[in-house]
Design a protein around this ligand. Sequence first.
Ligand code: URA
Ligand code: URA
Length: 234
Amino acid sequence: MENQPPDMISVLDDILNTCRQYQRQGVSGYDCSDASRERMTHWHEPLNRRTESLETIREELGDCQRCPLCRQRHCIVFGAGNPKARLVFVGEGPGREEDLQGEPFVGAAGELLTRIIQAMKMTREEVYIGNIVKCRPPGNRNPLPEEIETCLPFLKRQLTVIRPDFIVALGKVAAQTLLETEVPISRLRGRFHLFEGIRLMPTYHPAYLLRNPAKKRDVWEDMKMVMKELGHAL
Ligand code: URA
Ligand code: URA
């Protein structure tokens, strides 16, 4: 086709190549350093990411052996729900039931999460549910920093594809990981934060609510704030 505008990826490639040439020639008027060119390489990512889908991310994950959690797992729990969800719930990692079934939040905590979603006048099919790590940490221990570091890029890519309006981070691990903070969940909850431009509400984990039912009131306050922003009347 005539007059077709150049696509951004090739424009960025041209800029990067020009910088590489400038650096070789010793041009000093531009920052053509390795660090600068490294940054430019990553400019491509959000553009490339538009061509990926949840299916292609799942394919790339494959029969993941990237961290030791693969040794004891039965199933990878990739995440489930609506790929165009306006709201994504992020938990910590699969428990026993999830590991056996390959589905997120299907055990006792999952039943409570389902009820919370219904109380928000939604269904599990309408939202998307994922976890910080996709394989069960043995004995339901917290995932280790290196396990999170290995797994998190996949969840981040899922969130980039889904581009929800809101994220609810369930519990300390999800909230602290996504917000890159050590602030306790009790102080993070109750207000919106930003995760890569997406409004994120931290709240208590449903498993914690099963042990501390008095905290359900707080979670309901948090979910009401999300519902209001979603335009769902009480
Ligand atoms: N707890 C989580 O954090 N995630 C699940 O998928 C199930 C229980
Ligand atoms: N500790 C957690 O890990 N999660 C909660 O939701 C509350 C306390």
